[in-house]
Write a protein that binds this ligand. Structure first.
Ligand SMILES: Nc1ncnc2c1ncn2[C@@H]1O[C@H](COP(=O)(O)OP(=O)(O)OP(=O)(O)O)[C@@H](O)[C@H]1O
Ligand SMILES: [Mg+2]
Length: 635
């Protein structure tokens, strides 16, 4: 006799429910998806208990006629995979949120479910009552167009599953998270949400923008602006149909967990590590270590290019071209941060953004052509800085990737630039001060205090001098590095050193990149090497320390291959440049004279980015006069 038995439909549904319906929030998710797929513009969600007593979802969608209302209880019954007659084509371009035909029978097998529904064309609706998978009653009923699904006594027939549910607060939190996702993904949708008859949200239909909804859920009490990620330019043919949009919270509002970043693909809330990684990479240099981005990100692409049939809960997806999507997200986030920098510059410097253009000619600068961030030399002359006397400043010829840069083949560096004269100026003309931002002093030899004026409003601006200078130098170094024009300084006394075989190997393996950083090293026989030039920006430091520091950074990278390797390379390069910038920046405890203060502001204004140090710490805070008045109870 055969040992293998076909499971009863009821048992099969319960098994399917085990995957799809994990907790009350899963029911809310499935019912909401059905209502949205039915074209609803207004959805009402009522919860009693923590969802186990009652989950009721009312929508004004297209509804079901009596045949469909009965059919929807059948497993694998769906109205959503129409179109092609070819089964495999049907799954290749899913446009609706549901497609498995499993949710209603699964919910029905573990609860007492009542479905009331009417289509526009039917004078009367249909009401079905089902108890743990068994249809008890079906009859006609007068009702509004749309569908009402009531789910009572969830897991009443599965006490073990019920026991695993968490506290009421946790279950309600999961439900809220689900509702927020659909509110964000469908910002024209009206949603009313009540728990035990208390109205939690009553969000009207068709009035909100996405920004309104993001603010409502994320930043209700915050005055910090949201950072918009806009539709990317559609330059490449390949990317024609991919758009990346959304809003990020400012890096200060980032969180220690990654759950505050909501990701959507073609309107579906998804969990995807690659997408989350891309957002973090786009924010590199703005997010502190251990912090995660917060906000919402929508990727829209042709339905054929994404597989949503990966997991029963439909929250996992597979992209046909994941690298392409990754790159699009990274560049979308980066350009959003660039605009954020411009906006921040405007709020700190006001409309006085032409300061440099207008005033530059009036300043007698000894080397007008030099990049303004070169003026780090002003601070390098601090009494505590140990300086290896430079002989000349050299700019290496453009870095050629295909060239063999093994240490033995290094060419002698040639001086291609005039020696950098030390910054001579001690006085800045009075009108060099930007009208809208005036330095007023320094606090603890660390924070630069300034007064800003925006129209009628005055602000106290506090700037972390080390962090802001670090960022300015980082941007400058990055620009030099990317254009393969890293400035090097020949050492008057080339430094001999002995490297361990491991370090020598790292040097040899990475000679190309190390040279690109402006460090010029030659073999000197055996384990001996000679350092001939170092990056100009840190030429005041001990050359041996510079080289060993960089070798340590190269040795730390156990990165993988392919795209992953490229990504990690980029992070490593940034880390090396950031550590150079950190070493070269004005230190905390450095007393700035008025000229230096002004000069720092000028560098800040000219820099592409300055709001955060390269490690993501914020560098500027603004306090309005109104806020300060409040501290002192002035009205
Ligand atoms: N609120 C609703 N309004 C109109 N029709 C509905 C509604 N809910 C369910 N239906 C109909 O019932 C069918 C079955 O719903 P069910 O949720 O079980 O499957 P599905 O949505 O097709 O796929 P999935 O299991 O992936 O959710 C749907 O295809 C749809 O035709
Ligand atoms: Mg469904």
């Amino acid at each position: 006799m055969s040992r293998i038995k076909i499971l009863s439909e009821h048992l099969a549904n319960q098994i399917a429910a085990g995957e799809v319906i994990e907790r009350p929030a899963s029911v809310v998710k499935e019912l909401l998806e059905n209502s949205i797929d039915a074209g609803a513009s207004q959805i009402q969600i009522e919860i009693e208990g923590s969802g186990t007593r009652l989950i009721k979802v009312i929508d004004d969608g297209m509804g079901m006629d009596s045949d469909d209302a009965l059919l929807c209880l059948e497993r694998h019954a769906t109205s959503k995979l129409g179109g092609s007659t070819n089964d495999s084509n049907r799954l290749s371009a899913i446009r609706s949120l549901g497609f498995r035909g499993e949710a209603i029978p699964s919910i029905g097998s573990v609860s007492k479910i009542t479905i009331t529904s009417r289509t526009e064309n039917d004078p009367l609706g249909t009401r079905l009552e089902v108890r743990y998978g068994k249809v008890l009653k079906i009859h006609e009923i007068g009702c509004n167009k749309g569908t009402i699904v009531e789910v009572k006594d969830l897991f009443g027939n599965l006490p073990v599953r019920k026991k695993f549910l968490k506290s009421s607060r946790t279950e309600l939190h999961h439900i809220e998270e689900i509702i927020k996702n659909y509110c964000l993904a469908n910002n024209r949708l009206g949603i009313t949400y009540t728990v035990n008859s208390n109205i939690i949200w009553d969000i009207p239909a068709a009035t909100d923008t996405l920004e309104d909804r993001v603010k409502m859920f994320y930043a209700k009490n915050s005055s910090e602006p949201l950072i918009p990620i806009q539709n990317l330019s559609r330059s490449s043919k390949l990317d024609n149909d991919i758009t990346v949009e959304g809003f990020l919270l400012s890096p200060e509002q980032s969180f220690a967990t990654s759950t505050k970043l909501r990701l959507f693909v073609n309107g579906r809330a998804v969990k995807d590590r690659m997408m989350a990684h891309a957002v973090t990479e786009g924010l590199s240099g703005y997010l502190m270590k251990g912090r995660s981005a917060a906000g919402v990100l929508f990727v829209t692409l042709p339905h054929e290019e994404v597989d949503v049939n990966v997991h029963p809960t439909k929250q996992e997806i597979r992209f046909q071209q994941p690298n392409n999507i990754h790159q699009r997200i990274v560049s979308g986030v980066r350009s959003a941060m660039e605009s954020f920098q411009k906006q921040s510059k405007h709020s700190i410097f006001g409309s006085d953004t032409n300061w440099n253009d207008r005033k530059a000619e009036q300043v007698s600068h000894p080397n007008k052509e030099t990049d303004s961030a070169n003026s780090h030399t002003l601070w390098d002359r601090s009494p505590d800085s140990v300086k290896t006397e430079p002989t000349e400043s050299v700019v290496y010829p453009p870095f050629d990737k295909d060239k063999d840069f093994s240490p033995a083949r290094y060419n002698e560096p040639t001086a291609t630039a005039e020696p950098t004269a030390p910054f001579q100026q001690t006085e800045m003309p009075a009108d060099f001060v930007p009208e809208s931002l005036k330095p007023i002093g320094q606090f603890m030899d660390l924070y630069l205090l300034c007064e800003a004026r925006r129209g009628e409003e005055n602000f106290l601006v506090v700037i972390d001098q080390h962090a802001v200078h670090e960022r300015i130098l980082f941007e400058k170094l990055k620009k030099q590095f990317n254009s393969k024009q890293m400035e090097s300084q020949n050492l008057l006394f080339p430094k001999m050193l002995e490297l361990t075989p491991e370090s020598a190997e790292i040097l040899e393996k990475n000679s190309e990149e190390i040279r690109a950083f402006g460090i010029f090293v030659e073999e000197f026989g055996g384990d001996n090497f000679i350092i001939k030039a170092v990056p100009s920006v840190i030429s005041h430091l001990d050359p041996e320390e510079i080289l060993t520091g960089i070798l340590t950074q190269f040795s730390c990278s156990d990165y993988n291959h392919g795209e992953g390797r490229k990504r990690q390379d980029a992070t490593r390069l940034d880390d090396i440049l950031a550590s150079m910038a950190c070493k070269a920046a004005i230190k905390a405890g450095h007393n700035l004279n008025p000229v230096e203060m002004q000069q720092l502001l000028k560098l800040m204004q000219e820099s592409k980015a300055f709001t955060h140090c390269p490690h993501g710490r914020p560098v500027v805070r603004m306090f309005s006069a109104a806020e300060i008045k409040k501290w002192f109870r002035r009205t």
